[in-house]
Design a binder for this molecule. Structure first.
Ligand code: NAP
Ligand code: G4F
Length: 343
């Protein structure tokens, strides 16, 4: 039987991978939610050519557009990847972040309860909800101690989902997904920022040209990085259990930003070394005089989540899920992709 699935955030990283995954692994009809922008950015979905995929107009900050789509399509699944997803921007736009990431989830739950109570709802939760961590690795029992308006908005959404699940018997879940990256990653997130810059610097060195050093903030934070393509399978499994339950998805390995930088430069044959410390820290190479990386304090955050390391034992056991791509393969894949991109 073919089901009707609404996926939001399809212009972004995870939503676009979810569309690819569903087209390849199911025969369902997929409706991709996009909001109106002056200049549409459909790059991540422009390769999709299927009459099982249609775009619908859906802005999470407009409850009417949420309700209208749910009323009309009566979806069997609603997979919500849309969000203000950049932690750094959540201090600049705390209200917009909360409205997009939490209030909109309430609007979706209300519309599902009223118009499509059989619909299975997945919301994109995050390791950022753990925030100021109490222990490592973090599992499903770790307390929610968010450190940013972003983390707080996702924690609020989690509480709402639990309340609606228990009050109205809805199938509604929110995974705790640790960082996942890839070739569709937005360019302001640290991994993509690094791989783009490594590709540019390598090209400049090869052509004997000058370059702008990569400017970063906190190099000491640990993140548990995986490949986004591995995660959409876990999300689909989470929304297809017998009874709804939230799971952690993670690789179980954490690396610092510093290690990501070293791995990316090493892949293009540039061995570097760190000198100095604090805001004077630099990454240099013996090949040329000019520095590769320097610190710009504008990328420090008002409050930092210093270490995220996930324990995904429960998902591996219950959902038969595991990530396949290693940290090194992920970094290499991202750098290789950025080396192929035209300037
Ligand atoms: P992303 O690439 O930044 O994509 C975000 C998507 O949300 C974009 O398609 C964006 O559309 C859409 N969006 C933003 N505001 C909207 C609104 N008001 N109405 C409708 N659509 C809106 O994020 P991602 O990395 O794929 O992450 C997907 C989800 O997982 C997010 O909820 C994120 O918070 C969560 N998450 C991500 C990670 C990770 O490591 N990637 C980890 C844990 C949780 P436009 O193109 O129009 O901006
Ligand atoms: O790449 P980031 O911006 O990702 P962050 O904050 O971990 O958030 C991502 O993962 C979350 C899951 O844990 C998602 F919920 C969220 O939607 C998003 O996908 O920053 C990673 C780390 C931070 O510690 C940051 O302070 O890198 C550090 N960093 C150092 N220099 C930088 C920079 N981050 C960015 N974006 N830019 C820098 O120049």
């Amino acid at each position: 039987m073919s089901a009707v699935i609404i996926v939001t955030g399809v212009t972004g990283q995870d939503g676009s991978h979810m569309v690819d995954y569903l087209l390849e692994n199911t025969n369902h009809e997929i409706y991709g939610g996009v909001r109106r922008l002056s200049v549409p950015n459909h790059k991540n979905i422009e390769h999709v050519k299927s009459d099982r995929f249609k775009l619908i107009s859906l802005d999470l900050t407009d409850s009417h557009s949420i309700e209208k789509n749910i009323l009309k399509l009566k979806p069997d699944y609603f997979i919500n990847f849309a969000a203000q997803s950049f932690v750094g921007a959540s201090w600049d736009y705390p209200k917009q972040t909360f409205e997009t990431n939490a209030t909109a989830v309430l609007d979706i739950l209300e519309a599902i309860k009223t118009h499509a109570p059989q619909c299975r709802f997945y919301n994109a939760g995050t390791s950022e909800e753990f925030g100021d961590i109490e222990y490592s690795p973090q599992d499903e029992s770790h307390p929610l101690r968010p450190r940013s308006p972003y983390g707080a908005s996702k924690a609020a959404a989690r509480h709402l989902i639990k309340v609606y699940r228990e009050s109205y018997d809805l199938y509604a879940v929110q995974g705790w997904l640790f960082n996942h990256e890839g070739v569709r990653r937005g360019e302001e997130f640290v991994t993509r920022k690094i791989t783009k810059s490594v590709a540019k610097i390598k090209q400049a060195i090869d052509k004997n040209l000058e370059w702008e050093p990569l400017e970063l903030g906190n190099l000491d934070a640990y993140r548990d990085w995986s490949d986004a393509e591995d995660f959409v399978d876990g999300v689909w499994k989470m929304v297809n259990q017998e009874t709804p339950k939230d799971y952690v998805l993670s690789s179980g390995n954490a690396h610092t930003i510093r290690e990501f930088v070293e791995t990316a430069f090493r892949f293009v044959g540039i061995d570097g070394y760190w000198i100095s410390s604090g805001i004077k820290e630099r990454y240099k190479t013996t090949v040329v005089e000019q520095e590769l990386v320097k610190i710009n304090p504008k990328f420090y955050r008002p409050a930092e989540v210093e270490c995220l390391l996930g324990n995904s034992e429960a998902a591996r056991r219950d959902l038969n899920w595991e990530p396949k791509i290693s940290f090194k393969c992920l970094v290499e894949k991202m750098v290789r992709n950025d080396q192929r991109q035209p300037e």
